[in-house]
Every structure is written in structure tokens, then in C-alpha cells.
Design a protein around this ligand. Structure first.
Ligand SMILES: *[C@@H]1O[C@H](CO)[C@@H](O)[C@H](O)[C@H]1NC(C)=O
Length: 166
């Protein structure tokens, strides 16, 4: 609307104030709220700074240990070994630009080497998207080698399954 007519400094002031408010809000939350995500609790999706919990469940068909290495542009989570039918997960917040994404590399004995983007805002934190937003995003890895390689589990519908990215 009238933003283009507004003096530049006023606009900058408004923007900085907005960002500052977001950070103060974030600090408040992390200080006072205990971690209590209900089982499968759906979306407090589509918000910058939303808390996310990504969980990986090893269900690969030959029952081998799954080796996982995930990273975002900010964090490298290192190489993790998940035994068959065990879980491993990590927590983070979506950044204020909503560009947060994590990609993982998976290997296991007899299974080769595969990549999958395990979190992005478009798919996993989008109230108007094709898939429901998740705050606990639980993935079964290795149901099969093709279209059901990665399946996001939900409480009230069939899982959403995807092939590897590679
Ligand atoms: C993971 O790290 C690699 C190498 O540093 C980088 O190129 C890649 O963009 C990172 N992945 C994501 C999702 O940012």
C-alpha cells in the first residue's frame, strides 16, 4: 500500500522493532515453557520460530543398523547410528525467514547410499500445503526401496510416503 511513500528511516525502524519483538518473544518462550509435545500433536505450523522435533525410525527391511548424517546450513548433527526398530531425533526452530531445511544422508549394509530432505517449511510447516504441518515429524526410513523409502507418520491418516531424493 503506502509503504513506498514512507520515508526510508521510518520503515527501517518498524522493521527492526518487529524483529526485536520476535526475538524477545522467542526468549520468553524458551525460558518459561516446559517441553511437552502431545503425541502426534499437529501443527502449530506456518510460524517462524515454531519448535520442531524430527524423529527417525529405522524400519529397513533387512534389519541392519541405519547410519544417518543430517545437516542444515547452520548445524551439522554428525554421523548417528540407529539400530533396527530404534528411534533418534533432533529439535530446532524454524528461522524467521522460514528457510530452515535439513537434509540427511542414509547408508546401511546392503542398502546403498541415499539422500532425503527430512525437513522443509513448504512440505512440513505449511498450513495451506498439500501435507499437514507437523511439530513432531516422525519418519519411518526404509519401508521399501522405491516410493515408500521415507514415510511421515500421522495419527489420523495414512502415512505420507516419498522416494529418495537421489
Ligand atoms: C549440508 O552441508 C553441506 C556441506 O557443507 C552444504 O553444502 C549443504 O548445503 C548443507 N545442507 C543444507 C540442507 O543446508
Amino acid at each position: 500500500m503506502a509503504f513506498s511513500n514512507m520515508p526510508h528511516c521510518i520503515l527501517m525502524f518498524m522493521v527492526s522493532f518487529f524483529i526485536l519483538t520476535l526475538f524477545v518473544a522467542a526468549l520468553d518462550v524458551s525460558d518459561s515453557v516446559a517441553e511437552a509435545p502431545g503425541p502426534g500433536s499437529g501443527g502449530d505450523g506456518f510460524f517462524p520460530l515454531a519448535k520442531k522435533h524430527v524423529v527417525i525410525h529405522n524400519v529397513i527391511s533387512n534389519k541392519q543398523t541405519l547410519n544417518v548424517h543430517c545437516n542444515s546450513s547452520d548445524d551439522d548433527l554428525g554421523l548417528i547410528h540407529i539400530r533396527w526398530n530404534r528411534y533418534w531425533g533432533f529439535r530446532f526452530r524454524v528461522n524467521i525467514w522460514e528457510t530452515t531445511r535439513f537434509r540427511c544422508h542414509f547408508t546401511w549394509y546392503g542398502g546403498g547410499s541415499h539422500y532425503f530432505e527430512i525437513f522443509n517449511v513448504w512440505r512440513d510447516d505449511n498450513e495451506f500445503g498439500k501435507f499437514p504441518a507437523c511439530s513432531d515429524c516422525i519418519w519411518e526410513v526404509g519401508r521399501d526401496a522405491k516410493d515408500h523409502a521415507m514415510c511421515r507418520i500421522t495419527e489420523d491418516s495414512d502415512p505420507y510416503c516419498f522416494p529418495w531424493d537421489d
